[in-house]
Design a protein around this ligand. Structure first.
Ligand code: 5RP
Length: 227
């Protein structure tokens, strides 16, 4: 199966985790997009969705799924999103699409995080995928130096034209930290979050997944994690 077929298989399986008459949190990225397309066929089952990015909000609206403001919502039974890497404890690297801050906020508000991923995302040690860190633009240089002191190589994320910095939906920049071997994700998450000027680090260890639907050639594996 291709990677896209594996992504589609988990996007379809995630429909089983929708809570009827509830509000669903929806992530960002190609796997989340496939999930949104499946959700479109089941929209009668939910009251609406909270979106983790402008792109996700637009795609939800294209299916006529009501997009709700997080501030108007009391409970989100489930949040469904992809990951760039996930380990065997449910800790993840996220933010390849730049939506890490809103993703982490919605995940923190949700009762359950269901990660949907193809099996290339499952790793023993996080860090091969560059770790995204959303930062306040004026703190760019100082944060870069502090991140380098942690042992990684920091790179400011650029737009596709390579001439301008990538900006998040929140108007911030992203530093991608390469070359880390993250053996203690929760400690690393706390350390990076404590750097002044950092908005959010794309390590989801304290905010890990409860369940991962992992697409493999022999079907969808359901990994359940203790939190
Ligand atoms: C976006 C994310 C995505 O979940 C992550 O990048 C995975 O994306 P894809 O489903 O396209 O592989 O964190 O900020």
């Amino acid at each position: 199966m291709t990677q896209d077929q594996l992504k589609l298989s988990v996007a379809r399986s995630a429909i089983d985790y929708i809570v009827d008459d509830g509000i669903i949190g929806v992530g960002t990225g190609s796997t989340a997009n496939m999930f949104i397309d499946e959700l479109g066929k089941n929209k009668h089952r939910i009251k609406g969705a909270v979106a983790s990015s402008e792109a996700t909000a637009a795609r939800l609206r294209s299916h006529n799924i009501p997009v709700l403001d997080l501030n108007e919502v009391d409970s989100i039974p489930v949040y469904i999103d992809g990951a760039d890497e996930i380990n065997t404890y449910g800790a993840m690297i996220k933010g390849g699409g730049g939506a890490l801050t809103r993703e982490k906020i919605i995940a923190s508000a949700a009762e359950k995080f269901v990660c949907i991923a193809d099996n290339s995302k499952l790793v023993h040690v996080l860090g091969k995928y560059p770790l995204p860190v959303e930062i306040v633009p004026m703190a760019r240089s100082v944060v870069k130096r502090k991140l380098a002191a942690l042992g990684g190589k920091p790179f400011l994320r650029l737009n596709k034209d390579k001439n301008s910095p990538f900006l998040t939906d929140n108007g911030n920049m992203i530093i991608d930290l390469m070359g880390l071997e993250i053996t203690q994700p929760a400690e690393m998450e706390e350390k990076i979050n404590n750097i002044v000027g950092v908005v959010t680090v794309g390590l989801f260890a304290r905010q890990s997944a409860d369940i991962c639907l992992l697409g493999t050639n022999s079907g969808v594996n359901v990994l359940v994690f203790d939190r």
